[in-house]
Design a protein around this ligand. Structure first.
Ligand code: KIV
Ligand code: ZN
Length: 399
């Protein structure tokens, strides 16, 4: 476990909180469901990555979700653990029960605010929605000091109403105001203007943080999150590999590396240990079985591959001719030697660690025997083969 704490104390206006929702919004996407053991593995990896908040699930949704939020809360991680809730009392009580023994926790309440959701889904007036949200915040206060309020479909909500809704949330005691582009509809400059409006018009203490939650339906979620940050957002909600509903959520690795690589433009920081990005991405790929495309930024197989002769020549002369980040900055192994039957235990263990697997000594022995047998049959053993070995082997016992 890392020693740095991720406490949501005020870290200054140049700090962007990273709120990871891989285990909630990410897990909601088709083909990405995880069992309890896998969720615990991912939660530990997210904590090693040093995210500030882990949204662990939606406890009222199912017994399985309740149990996994509870188990993650009980791990005693540095990250704050968050549970999602509608405005209903039963939902809030479920989050409170699941996080009863968690030392560092947040309640996340959402209700929709856009005209289409008000008229067709909720059949509620603007004022009824505000009343429902403020009552929910007041109810949640008996268990939580830290309450996030979301205006679902904020991207398509009238600006004046959104401002009124969030002002009421502040007065009710919310400390994080989340502005989701639920359907991935807005553009970066529109979202920047929306955040700028909230920054300029909300009467809020500095401790109240504006948050962006962008979906990728038009492929704009990372650009939109950066627009939101330029308009004053200081929390970004995102997922590993960008997994999530439909086309997915803002990808954690991309938004974090954009902030870091373009320090000259943003002058902002996060608490993320970027060298854990690639191993965490691999772990999420392994447990969900949902592969990232080869040309995916930051963590795709080709993200640092230079194929053309001109590029290879340039990189050999000065790496910065064609590389704006070093592979090692994001934890891609510098030496990507393929393992084979002559590889030793040490090289095998190193590769397991690079892929995000922390195995016990006994498990290492079992896996090493299986690896040697595989290497005998196959000339070269690739990362995918090793992941399959670990996950196949995992069925036969804990590690
Ligand atoms: O996309 C969305 O609006 C959500 C909220 C529940 C935060 O996931
Ligand atoms: Zn979402």
């Amino acid at each position: 476990m890392n020693t740095k704490t991720n406490e949501n104390a005020d870290k200054g206006n140049d700090y962007v909180y990273i709120f990871d929702t891989t285990l909630r919004d990410g897990e909601q996407s088709p083909g990405c469901s995880m069992n309890l053991k896998e969720k615990l593995q991912v939660a530990r990896a997210l904590d090693d990555l040093r995210v500030d908040v882990i949204e662990a699930g939606f406890p009222i949704a199912s017994d399985g979700d309740f149990e996994s939020v509870k188990a993650i809360g009980d791990l005693g991680l540095n990250a704050k653990i968050c549970g999602l809730s509608r405005t209903r009392r039963g939902d809030i009580e479920a989050v409170a029960r699941s996080l009863e023994s968690a030392p560092n926790k947040r309640l996340h309440i959402f209700i929709a605010t856009s005209p289409i959701h008000r008229e067709h889904k909720l059949r509620m007036s603007q004022q009824q929605i505000i009343d429902e949200m403020t009552a929910a915040v007041a109810f949640g206060k008996q268990w939580f000091d830290d309450i996030e309020v979301t205006a679902e479909d904020a991207g398509r909500t009238e600006m004046d109403y959104l401002t009124e809704y969030f002002q009421a949330a502040i007065e009710a005691g919310a400390n994080v105001l989340n502005v989701p582009d639920t359907v991935g509809y807005v553009t970066p400059s529109e979202l920047q203007a929306q955040f700028q409006h909230l920054t300029d018009h909300l009467d809020k203490p500095d401790s109240v943080v504006l948050s962006a939650h962008c979906h990728d339906d038009l492929g704009l979620s990372v650009a939109n999150s950066l627009g939101a940050i330029e308009g004053g957002a200081r929390q970004v909600e995102c997922t590993i590999n960008g997994i999530g509903e439909r086309a997915g959520n803002c990808s954690l690795e991309e938004v974090v590396m954009a902030l870091r690589t373009r320090q000259d433009r943003f002058a902002l920081r996060t608490g993320i240990d970027t060298t854990r990005l690639y191993p965490t991405s691999r772990l999420v790929t392994s447990v969900t079985g949902s592969r990232v495309q080869a040309n995916k930024a930051i963590v795709g197989r080709n993200a640092f591959a230079h194929e053309s002769g001109i590029h290879q020549d340039g990189v050999l002369k000065n790496v910065e001719t064609y590389e704006i980040m070093r592979p090692t900055d994001v934890g891609v192994p510098e030496n990507s030697l393929v393992l084979g039957k002559h590889s030793g235990r040490h090289a095998f263990r190193d590769r397991l660690e690079q892929l995000g697997f922390a195995v016990t000594k006994e498990k290492l022995e079992d896996l090493f025997v299986a690896f040697k047998a595989l290497a005998d049959r196959k000339k070269s053993v690739y990362d995918e083969d090793i992941e399959a070995l670990v996950l196949g082997n995992e069925q036969s016992g804990p590690w």
